[in-house]
Design a protein around this ligand. Sequence first.
Ligand SMILES: [Zn+2]
Length: 304
Amino acid sequence: MFPHLRNHHRLLSIAFALSLLLASLSTATAQKRQTEKSEIPTVGDPISAALSLGSSIINSATGLIQSDPYSQFRGERYTTAGLLSERDEIKLGNQLDVEIRKKSEITTEGQERVNRIGNRVARASLRPNMVYRFHIIRDREVNAYSAPGGHVYITTALLAMANDDELASVLSHEIGHVVARHSLKTIQQSQFLGGIADLIGSVTGVAGQEAGEIGKAAASIVAGGLLASHNREEEREADFLGVNGMVRAGFNPQGMITMFQKIQRVSQTNPDLLGSLFSDHPDVQERIANTRYEINRLRGRGQS
Ligand SMILES: [Zn+2]
């Protein structure tokens, strides 16, 4: 949800990863930049919104007519087309999890709460049959991210500041990234996977040279911060999937808005605790407005 690359400095000491990284990352970021360029502003444009009233709604907070910020995601069906099979995605995710665990202090403090809320929103997601695993990382920074194959990570700092609805919004958002296979797409586009896709398909155990190669690639992916690298469109999609998932699971979607507001307050009082979060994501006001739009829309549908 809050991608940033705090562990970079420590992790980049894995020197061998560097040369591999630079070439692959530049490809990935170039592709992301291209996607962002084509984005159309969705808020604060009442004229164009008024012209498309069919998919518009009056924002209760601003009183302005807002066009549907999520129109491109509605009715989307998520499949493995063009991507690794689910079985191989899970294998890759497990390798990434091994590498993340090497770099992080994992704790079970709060595990029961995270599992309970996480599994509730996971079952209400558009990928309900995946086995999701929720990992808690002891860290003073406020952060959450996910890996292919259903691994979701959340820091103790975020956990401490979130009530149950807010926690549901974070976990539902991260599950949204897994549903839409955002990290898997980023990894496949980065060419990290090019040479090892076949290996992943053929590896049955953990021993041997092939597994070793996959481990090296997984280490590079983690070190390169690829799992926390989402463009704005992917964030918007995860927000959309997240807020709808948490409503289906019976949580109060206001929790997503208050979570954004808490994050914003931290950014004003303790920006170091958010790392580069807001340099990556200066659009929190837009995300709040989009979430309000969706809540109004869901309310309207409930009444009709
Ligand atoms: Zn996110």
